[in-house]
Design a protein around this ligand. Structure first.
Ligand code: G3I
Length: 336
């Protein structure tokens, strides 16, 4: 009887990315943007039907969650975290330490090293502490490196010094010892001066006992740039050898700047998504694949580039695109 009711339930349950991914314990996610999350029922339905992991796109960034020196605003991230947990999804917290989206109270004043160190420690411990037990993984530090492998000049480096990165990991771990802690960046997926510098930092942290669990690879991409998938595998492998997880954390694929017919561009986009997921599935330490948005019309890209685009898995009518089908197929082919 139990067997038949199980079969019947599986038959009724619509196939989805999360369903096929969950069969192997794999996480497939998307970033959530607050306006559609609050206003668009169809958007929320896609989130819960298709994904078992969410990243909060903007609302946990410093300026949003800590808008005044003495006050925090957890309203929207609390709603998203609650929604995720109710729907049996995990949450990636994004991001505790970054050079961008900082509040004016922080950037318009010159703080001493001691003051800024206390501000950063309090920020991390307040935010991570608020979500203790609810956030599966934090992007603790985001985009701290330049392409040439040097540290990016930002308020944290300038005032606290390079130790701000390891301090951030220690403080986050103290506030939630069970959350996985990630360093996250872009253009770090191949083998290059930036990815080498990040690898050396993470290796050094592991040797010194600094609590780092993983590295996030954003993967903002375009059909007009090619990727060397062999090098990505090689990079992921060196992390596996030092016991560090990797995740694709912010993938999207621009289709602008191409003269190919639109259908062809969507096929090229689908190919890029599926090859990237394939690299992740082939790497035993790659535990999640997250797209930066869900429905094309809410993507950050048109606002940023000033050009129309369609970088995601669902079109403006909420129909799944070839990119969705390609990811589904890739997950299905790799499921045991
Ligand atoms: O909420 C305001 C709205 O009230 C106002 O009318 C509108 C006018 O510009 O701006 C809205 O805020 C924008 C916000 O996105 C929400 O759409 C900000 O100006 C804009 O700067 C912000 O951009 C975000 C950007 O990070 C900076 O924080 C993007 O949505 C977000 O996708 C992007 O995400 C980053 C990751 O965090 C790190 N990796 C790269 C990735 C893409 O840049």
């Amino acid at each position: 009887m139990f067997f038949f009711s199980f079969l019947y339930k599986s038959f009724l349950e619509k196939n989805s990315l999360r369903k096929v991914a969950s069969e192997d314990g794999f996480l497939v996610g998307a970033s959530v943007s607050s306006i559609p999350f609050l206003e668009d029922e169809k958007y929320r339905k896609i989130l819960k039907d298709e994904f078992n992991l969410l990243t909060i796109e903007n609302d946990m960034k410093f300026a949003k969650i800590h808008p005044q020196r003495d006050s925090y605003n957890f309203v929207i991230p609390d709603l998203i975290v609650e929604f995720a947990l109710e729907n049996d999804m995990k949450v990636r917290g994004h991001t505790l330490v970054w050079h961008a989206t900082l509040p004016d109270w922080l950037t318009y004043k010159n703080y001493s090293k001691e003051e800024l160190t206390i501000i950063l420690k309090n920020h991390i411990q307040e935010v991570v502490g608020h979500y203790r037990g609810k956030i599966y993984a934090w992007d603790v530090v985001n985009e701290a490196y330049n392409d040439d492998g040097t540290l990016r000049e930002n308020i944290w480096l300038k005032t606290i010094g390079p130790a701000y990165i390891e301090l951030a990991f220690k403080w986050a771990h103290e506030a939630d010892p069970n959350a996985l802690l990630f360093y996250n960046d872009y253009s770090n997926e191949g083998i290059n001066p930036k990815s080498n510098a990040i690898f050396e930092m993470v290796k050094n942290f592991k040797n010194k006992g600094i609590p780092v669990n993983g590295v996030g690879f954003q993967m903002h991409s375009s059909i007009t740039y090619s990727k060397n998938y062999e090098k990505i595998i090689e990079n992921f492998k060196r992390y596996r050898n030092i016991g560090v997880d990797v995740q694709i954390t912010e993938m999207d694929v621009k289709v602008q700047h191409s003269h190919a017919p639109y259908d062809r561009r969507l096929e090229q986009q689908a190919d890029m998504y599926s090859k990237t997921l394939n690299v992740c599935l082939l790497s035993s330490n790659c535990s999640a694949f997250v797209t930066w948005g869900v429905v094309d019309k809410y993507s950050w890209i048109p606002g940023f580039t000033g050009q129309k685009d369609a970088p995601l898995l669902f079109d403006n009518q909420y129909r799944s695109k070839p990119s969705y089908d390609a990811l589904y197929k890739e997950l299905e082919e790799n499921s045991n």
